[in-house]
Ligand binder design. Structure first.
Ligand code: SF4
Length: 87
């Protein structure tokens, strides 16, 4: 699978674009609520990492980064981006 939602810009640029950072040990996840269309692929993909009713709603360390990045790649809007820190 191509890493369509792997960040191609720096963390600083993501934050400037309106993404919020959810830091993990091996992967950082970035979420832009204005781009989210609530399709729900993220929650269906891994409900331990993405849990809408929780604060924070994203916990990057609740799943292996390889799987988490695959789930993020199913986000059709680009509202989720990731930066892997383990490779
Ligand atoms: S998969 Fe993307 S667009 Fe869908 S709910 Fe999750 S963040 Fe929003």
């Amino acid at each position: 699978m191509t890493n369509i939602n792997e960040a191609t810009v720096s963390e600083e640029e993501l934050l400037a674009e309106g993404y919020r950072k959810y830091a993990g040990q091996t992967i950082d996840i970035f979420y832009n609520k204005d781009m989210c269309e609530h399709v729900g692929n993220c929650v269906r993909g891994n409900a331990e990492v993405f849990e809408v009713g929780r604060r924070p709603w994203i916990l990057p360390d609740n799943g292996p980064s390889e799987h988490v990045s695959e789930v993020i790649n199913t986000c059709p809007t680009g509202a989720l981006k990731f930066i892997r820190k383990d490779r």
